[in-house]
Design a protein. Structure first.
Length: 246
């Protein structure tokens, strides 16, 4: 079982849980696991402890969550991806990374792969949200983003609400670029997912026109697969490893 430790990466205070070979000192392929909204790196702790040997396992707290700065939400998929980009450059000798995204972490890792294609070998998209037409706001969400109500919310909920209120135009913008992705993509999604409906799978299949896409459907499974279907998530990660060509 791998031991897990915390480190800080980059000039903006990105907090990361890490296990396996040190990616700075040893040339090892990184597997970078990105949580949704709300969430934190702690959601990946089991995978850090039980992950494959010989790879660097990294789980960042996305900006605005966990131990990562800033205190408020960092809006924009490109901005989020930019804060995670230093994880791809910890050691120039490292092979390109495998990026794993759960829920809203999926669009973030897709944006990162588009911005740094030479440093990304494969994507694993776990119960992800990509189709803007499948995003729905609760009527109270805009009110919760106004003063004084927003200050009454805990930081994770406050920042998650801000992300969700601004995600639709971000997803529309991302859709225009998804056809440029060329790395292998493994999609894992449950048919009973109420937070990120299964229709996101067909949306991705339509838009990932140049990528090799494999879909793993979990009948009757819901949204929280990193907790409820750990071994299926791990199998999807292992499959992505076999699809890496460099």
């Amino acid at each position: 079982m791998n031991s897990v430790h915390r480190l800080t990466v980059g000039a903006h205070g990105l907090s990361v849980l890490a296990a396996g070979p040190d990616p700075v000192d040893q040339a090892a392929r990184p597997i970078i696991m990105v949580h949704g909204t709300p969430g934190s790196a702690g959601g990946w702790r089991w995978f850090l402890g039980h992950g494959p040997q010989g790879v660097s396992l990294l789980a960042p707290d996305r900006p605005g969550f966990g131990h990562s700065a800033p205190r408020e939400a960092l809006i924009g998929l490109k901005a989020q991806a930019g804060r995670l980009a230093p994880l791809l450059a910890l050691n120039p000798a490292n092979p390109p990374a495998i990026l794993v995204g759960h829920s809203m972490g999926g669009p973030v890792v897709a944006r990162l792969a588009l911005d740094q294609p030479e440093r990304v070998a494969a994507l694993v998209l776990v119960a992800t949200s990509f189709d803007p037409d499948l995003e729905h706001q609760h009527p109270l969400q805009p009110w919760a983003d106004r003063e004084p109500w927003r200050r009454l919310l805990p930081r994770p909920l406050r920042n998650a609400n801000r992300e969700l209120l601004t995600i639709v135009p971000e997803l529309h913008a991302l859709a225009r670029d998804l056809g440029q992705l060329r790395c292998p993509v493994v999609i894992l999604h449950g048919t009973a997912d109420r937070e990120s409906p299964y229709g996101n799978v067909a949306y991705l299949q339509r838009h990932l026109t140049q990528a090799t896409v494999e879909v793993r459907t979990l009948e009757g499974a819901g949204h929280f697969l990193p907790w409820t279907r750990r071994h299926d998530v791990m199998a999807a990660i292992e499959r992505a490893r076999t699809l890496c060509t460099v």
